[in-house]
Write a protein that binds this ligand. Structure first.
Ligand SMILES: Cc1ncc(COP(=O)(O)O)c(C=O)c1O
Length: 412
């Protein structure tokens, strides 16, 4: 065998620092396995791994130890039988839908209150393959039952807490409706996070997260994950990962794993702050309707209590200003000094988003109006700062955007 120092320096450099033995001491955190490929002592071993006779790693698009550690966490905390991670929440949603064996001619019954890109995924990508999407108001179970009877969907899909109007889905009831016709229920649990709700425990079949939001929590990583109650879904979920290739990078998996460790304490604080902000704004004459799960009508309170952790209502508060226009919303958002004008949610800092021009921009203005997403709607993802500072910033921005309302003091 050629000794390394017999080789030319160019060759030595290429092969330097490789294939070191694992250290004896066990690392206390999950290492980043920044390797795209793996090698073995012999071709026979590689052949066995390719054939699936030995479970190990060969190529990071097929699996990676850092990513596998994240998948294991998610499978455990969502109480699933299998989990597969992806490069984004959208890739995870695509994989979950694919795993439901949607053949041309099949129908998906989707909540009308979905993230805009999820609606477009259904209409533009699955629609192009002959899969039809019909929408229902998932906060009205009679509408869901009626549409199910009418279109016999293969899949029902909704969000635990919807984007951006924060409607809480009755997952128990939807699962019962789906089971009656042997359909599958996919729940996007991004806004609630597994800390507030575990949809598989309420009868959902597959739960999906954009890990870009609360799971990572620091606006520095993008990822997604799908967790199924049925181990047999692993073939399809992993198959899409391998062939469509939307894999989660080990670097991002590491960031998300680190974020997940503090999810519980962050969510406690997010929810406490969001509740304080919603209660504060309730009495402000400059603010119109407030969308927040704690403030739903009496007949929906049972659903909120059943679905979410005790006394926690999520980290998001969506508001309309008294002057419910895009101009006033922009003026308010431009005046914020602490809260960040952001294009996402779920981070440690408070961020604001204008759904009509961001998350729901691709819907037609008429459709947005039908759904109740007004041009003045502002979605606030309440961070973990001291809530007094958050409220003070919002107060000063309201004073800039709605100056006359103070003078008139008009009630809501
Ligand atoms: C509810 C919900 N699901 C899925 C996604 C998509 O996630 P990602 O941006 O990680 O693809 C988002 C993004 O905002 C979202 O809000």
């Amino acid at each position: 065998m050629t000794k390394k120092n017999d080789l030319d320096i160019a060759t030595q450099l290429v092969h330097s620092g490789e294939r070191g033995d694992a250290p004896k001491g066990k690392p206390t955190s999950v290492p980043i396995y920044a390797a795209a490929t793996y090698t073995y002592e012999s071709m026979e071993e590689i052949d066995k791994v390719f054939a699936g006779e030995a479970r190990d790693y060969i190529y990071t698009r097929y699996g990676n130890p850092t990513v596998a550690a994240f998948e294991e966490v998610m499978q455990t905390i969502e109480a699933g039988a299998t989990a597969c991670a992806y490069g984004s929440g959208m890739a995870a949603l695509h994989a979950a839908l694919f795993a439901c064996e949607l053949a041309p001619g099949a129908t998906v019954l989707a909540s009308q209150d979905l993230y805009g890109a999820t609606t477009n995924l259904l209409l533009n990508i699955f629609g192009a393959f002959g899969i039809k999407t019909v929408f229902a108001d998932f906060s009205n179970l009679d509408d869901v039952r009626g549409k199910v009877d009418q279109v016999k969907p293969r899949v029902l899909i909704a969000e635990t807490i919807s984007n951006p109007l924060l409607k809480v889905c009755d997952i128990d009831a939807c699962a019962e409706i789906a089971q009656k016709i042997n359909a599958r229920l996919i729940i996007d649990n991004t806004f609630a996070s597994p800390y507030l709700c575990q949809p598989l425990r309420h009868g959902a079949d597959i739960v999906v997260h954009s890990a870009t939001k609360f799971l990572s929590g620091h606006a520095d990583a993008m990822g997604g994950v799908a967790i199924s109650r049925d181990a047999a879904d692993s073939t399809a979920l992993v198959g899409v990962m391998k062939l469509a290739g939307g894999v989660l990078s080990p670097w991002e998996a590491h960031e998300i794993l680190r974020g997940a460790k503090t999810l519980g304490v962050r969510m406690d604080r997010h929810c406490e702050n969001a509740r304080a902000l919603a209660q504060h704004l309730q009495n402000d004459p400059r603010v119109g309707p407030i969308h927040f799960p704690e403030l739903v009508e009496v007949d929906r309170q049972d659903v909120v209590q059943r679905m979410l952790r005790d006394e926690q209502f999520g980290a998001l508060v969506s508001i309309e200003l008294r002057n419910n226009t895009r101009e006033t919303a922009f003026r308010f958002m431009n005046a914020l000094k602490l809260c960040v004008r952001s294009t996402s949610l779920g981070d440690v800092f408070t961020s604001v988003l204008h759904p009509a021009t961001a998350s729901h921009r691709d819907l037609s203005p008429a459709r947005r109006r039908e759904l109740g997403i007004s041009d003045g709607l502002i979605r606030i993802s309440v961070g973990i700062e001291n809530v007094k500072d958050i409220i003070a910033d919002i107060e000063q921005a309201l004073a800039v955007s709605e100056p006359e309302a103070i003078a008139t003091g008009s009630a809501k």
